[in-house]
Ligand binder design. Structure first.
Ligand SMILES: *[C@@H]1O[C@H](CO)[C@@H](O)[C@H](O)[C@H]1NC(C)=O
Ligand SMILES: [Ca+2]
Length: 219
């Protein structure tokens, strides 16, 4: 595994585009609607996932549908997808199947979203701003593929591509973390920046198009 990380970092030196950054205290800004701006997150390990926990903070004033976190594999574009269908209605996809969670939000407040899912029961749990909004079941017994393209800012309809400008994200995203196990969400709370698959404090990422990194405005 270390070889892989070293390999990635070596490639980054060559290409100058992939970087490992301590993003603590910083946010990605997606300042304009586009189908070209995105951040590709490179996982620390490429392992299939029987369980996961995803935490992410975001600010937007969009009222149309948009993608928050898009994790695709070669066979499933919505392998893991966190998507807002409309204001207050969040969709979580695992292996191309989706469940919805109704969680009221006051636009344009920033949100802190945490979800976890376990294969054994298929149960997904959804939290918004430190409050639970229920559990639903999907893809019991499924295993999420590990060879993934993970994209912020756009929604993938193919492996690493086929973006739809009308599902793009406009706003700010920070404190993104992914763990390959179920973290009790009460424990994650404010420290959602140290996942073992995606770690905000040692983030390996490639920014494309109009994406700006700035100190975060909210905690
Ligand atoms: C996934 O979680 C279940 C308990 O919910 C556990 O028994 C299993 O070992 C976990 N799988 C992995 C690969 O960690
Ligand atoms: Ca898709």
């Amino acid at each position: 595994m270390e070889k892989l990380i070293v390999g990635i970092l070596f490639l980054s030196v060559l290409s100058g585009s992939v970087a490992q950054t301590d993003m603590k205290g910083k946010a990605f800004i997606f300042p304009q609607e586009s189908s070209t701006a995105y951040v590709s997150l490179i996982p620390k390990v490429r392992k299939s996932l029987q369980n996961f926990t995803l935490c992410i903070k975001a600010f937007t004033d969009l009222t149309r549908p948009y993608s928050i976190f898009s994790y695709s594999t070669r066979t499933k574009d919505n392998e893991i997808l966190l998507f807002v269908e409309k204001r207050g209605e969040y969709m979580l996809y695992v292996g191309n199947s989706g469940v919805s969670f109704k969680a009221p939000t006051n636009l344009p407040d920033p949100v802190r979203i945490c979800v976890n899912w376990e294969s054994g029961s298929g149960i997904a749990e959804f939290w918004l701003n430190g409050k639970a909004f229920g559990r639903k079941g999907l893809k019991k017994g499924y295993v999420v593929g590990g060879d993934a393209k993970i994209i912020l800012g756009q929604e993938q309809d193919s492996f690493g591509g086929k973006f739809d400008v009308k599902q793009s994200f406009v706003g700010e995203i920070w404190d993104v973390s992914l763990w390959n196990y179920v973290v009790p969400i009460k424990e994650v709370h404010d420290s959602c920046n140290n996942g073992n698959i995606i770690n905000w404090q040692a983030l390996i990422h490639e920014d494309r198009g109009y994406v700006v990194t700035k100190p975060k405005l909210w905690t």
